[in-house]
Design a protein around this ligand. Structure first.
Ligand SMILES: NC(=O)c1ccc[n+]([C@@H]2O[C@H](COP(=O)([O-])OP(=O)(O)OC[C@H]3O[C@@H](n4cnc5c(N)ncnc54)[C@H](OP(=O)(O)O)[C@@H]3O)[C@@H](O)[C@H]2O)c1
Length: 258
């Protein structure tokens, strides 16, 4: 399957890396950017980069649009007529709707269209990707490909704002929690690298417990908290410092306006 990824930055690069890690052939994937140099991490996986969007989409069965939202029209309109009929165009651009994309693709013939909201963990095939399709067929085709990159969530475009906050931004919020744990470990005398690795594994384990068992997070908390014990003492101290309120406020502040 020949794939073009327009935009070789954080997200375009993460998608490319995830697709290669999932077993697709790097030789079938072409990324584009404004500079001719191939970023080292992409070159290491055998991925090719060009500055020519038209060349990249020639013969492509899937075209990812991974440029900044305000550049989508500038990038798509001039190449729309060159995208092969039947190709699946998948946009990651935050806030750019399927209707906006279809308008940019007005000169394209027989192109299927989907819009996604991934997070950067797709590069390690453990991301979360929300998917909306212009048609059920386009949505299912996008899902079949993106299932390679982690969890996929099929939803309407009206959910994209919330999923952008929870997943696209939420990964940075979770990393800030990780850094806080690392700093606490450091204060307790644990070397920073060791504290970071331990707390990262703790977060991964906590996530796996919930994902694996399907239980409410609080049920797992209850299993760890001995009455009168250290864990509940720590949790209550966190809550007195406003932990849950701070997390909710942070995620709500990351909710896009449109
Ligand atoms: N970052 C995230 O966590 C995240 C999450 C969800 C969705 N998104 C969406 O992903 C998109 C890209 O964001 P990003 O964070 O990856 O941005 P980024 O790191 O700045 O990458 C943008 C890429 O687009 C390339 N580019 C700019 N103009 C171009 C053109 N005319 N033709 C071809 N390539 C061009 C840039 O080239 P150069 O390398 O030469 O500068 C760069 O490689 C955005 O629409 C954003 O909403 C991002």
């Amino acid at each position: 399957m020949k794939i073009a990824i327009l935009g070789a930055g954080n997200m375009g690069g993460a998608i490319a890396k995830g697709l290669v890690r999932s077993g697709l052939n790097a030789a079938d994937i072409t990324l584009t950017r404004t500079q001719p140099e191939v970023p080292e991490d992409l070159a290491a996986l055998g991925l090719a980069v060009t500055t020519d969007n038209t060349e990249a989409v020639a013969g492509a069965e899937v075209v990812f649009v991974a440029v900044k939202p305000w550049l989508v029209s500038t990038v798509l309109q001039p190449i729309a007529a060159k995208i092969p009929s039947g190709a699946l165009v998948i946009s990651v651009a935050a806030g750019v709707t399927l209707a906006d994309l279809r308008a940019d693709l007005s000169r394209a013939k027989g192109v299927r269209l989907a819009r996604i909201m991934p997070n950067t963990a797709v590069g390690l095939c453990c991301g979360v990707t929300a998917i909306a399709g212009e048609t059920p067929e386009a949505r299912d085709a996008a899902k079949a490909l993106l299932d390679r990159l982690g969890l996929t969530v099929v939803c309407g475009e009206d959910r994209f704002g919330a999923i952008t906050a929870l997943s696209g931004c939420g990964i940075a919020h979770a990393l800030r929690f990780l850094r806080a744990g690392q700093e606490a470990g450091l204060e307790m005398g644990v070397p920073a690298k060791m504290a970071g690795e331990i707390f990262a594994q703790v977060m991964k384990g906590a996530a796996e417990l919930v994902l694996h068992s399907g239980t409410h997070p609080e049920a797992e908390v209850d299993r760890v908290c001995t009455p009168g014990g250290l864990t509940i003492r720590g949790i209550n101290a966190m809550e007195r410092a406003g932990f849950t309120g701070a997390v909710v406020q942070g995620l709500l502040a990351s909710l896009p306006e449109k």
